[in-house]
Design a protein around this ligand. Structure first.
Ligand code: GLV
Length: 332
């Protein structure tokens, strides 16, 4: 009799999801600190058929080489720049992700960052907590309105689309978008207009990034792009840190080339550039765009569905397409 499939899970998932995986193999959850993680993962994958992992795990050629029995890598995330998809394909390993289930939650978080940045919510919180609130002053922590503002959405895919709907219907914003493809539904339903990069940057009060990270999008926002932005603009990033040249962003903030930023993702997570930590009008979050209870559960369930499908010889519900963002109008 053949042994049960080995399923390695890189971070804890809800117990019932682990139990469901357990009906299809032996499940091992990696329970080590971050320093030991790459070595431990490599060791545990030596005989594993399936890996359920997160964006923190780098699944590259070397790791795949050490996992000769592997059949599926199920990323618990929509973005999969942590995985060498081509190397996996060459070895016959299926790669899956968790699109759709997190789009609304992540769009809501982008909206939270937009409002927090424009209305200086975190600065206000620090101000009150530090005891500096001695008297009310009409000039105190004056910010900017979102209602009616022009918002540039870079990558009008699933998450960017959810955000655009909320901005249009909830705040009456004018929507500009940049994308690899034209997005008819958004032009029709939201009166959104496709713009060239320069035009979007120079007209938008808020620039929100929703691009997957790949060779073409790395540093999509750099010195030149920041120089093209309005001085009262805010940059919002809930996509991937690498889409922004962080050094250039810090310089732009320091020299008041742009007004502020709301960032959930960083180039070298969990390390955050000192220049961002120091700046009062930068709102920071530790990569929690999809972190609502309901959505995290759905992501775990979808990852498990993908693993079970591959192990039982079925087509997984959400295999990755290869190039990221091959959906309705591209992007995550
Ligand atoms: C999170 O960053 C994701 O890609 O789902």
């Amino acid at each position: 009799m053949s042994r049960p499939a080995r399923i390695v899970v890189s971070r804890p998932l809800p117990p019932d999801v682990l139990a469901r995986l357990g009906e299809h193999g032996s499940v091992e959850v990696l329970d080590v600190g971050d320093d030991e993680r790459p070595t431990a993962l490599r060791r545990r994958l030596a005989e594993a058929e399936a890996l359920v992992c997160c964006v923190t795990e780098r699944v590259d050629e070397r790791l795949l080489e050490a996992a000769p029995a592997l059949r599926v890598v199920a990323n618990v995330a929509v973005g999969y720049d942590n995985i060498d998809v081509e190397a996996a394909r060459r070895r016959g390993v299926t790669v899956t992700n968790t699109p759709d289930v997190l789009s609304e939650t992540t769009a809501e978080f982008a909206l939270a960052l937009i409002l927090a940045t424009l209305r200086r919510v975190c600065e206000a919180d620090r101000f009150v907590r530090s005891g500096r609130w001695q008297e009310w002053d009409p000039q105190l922590l004056v910010g900017h309105d979102l209602g009616g503002a022009t918002v540039g959405i870079v990558g009008l895919g699933r998450i960017g689309g959810c955000l655009a709907r909320r901005l249009r219907h909830g705040f009456g914003c004018r929507i500009l978008y940049w994308g690899r493809r034209r997005c008819d539904w958004a032009e029709r339903e939201l009166d959104a207009r496709r713009a060239e990069r320069e035009e979007l940057l120079s007209e938008s009060r808020v620039v929100s990034l929703h691009l997957p990270l790949d060779d073409e999008t790395r540093h999509w926002i750099g010195e030149r792009e920041l120089a093209a932005m309005r001085p009262d603009a805010v940059l919002i990033n809930t996509a991937r840190g690498g889409v922004v040249d962080e050094e250039a962003l810090v310089q732009a903030l320091r020299s008041e080339r742009i007004w502020g930023a709301g960032l959930d993702v960083f180039a070298n997570e969990p390390t955050v550039h000192d220049g961002l930590l120091e700046h009062p009008r930068v709102v920071l979050a530790p990569h929690i765009g999809s972190a609502s209870e309901r959505t995290r559960r759905r992501m775990a369930e979808l990852a498990a569905d993908n693993v079970i499908a591959v192990l039982t010889g079925q087509v997984p519900p959400t295999p990755v397409a290869g190039r990221q963002g091959d959906d309705r109008c591209a992007s995550v």
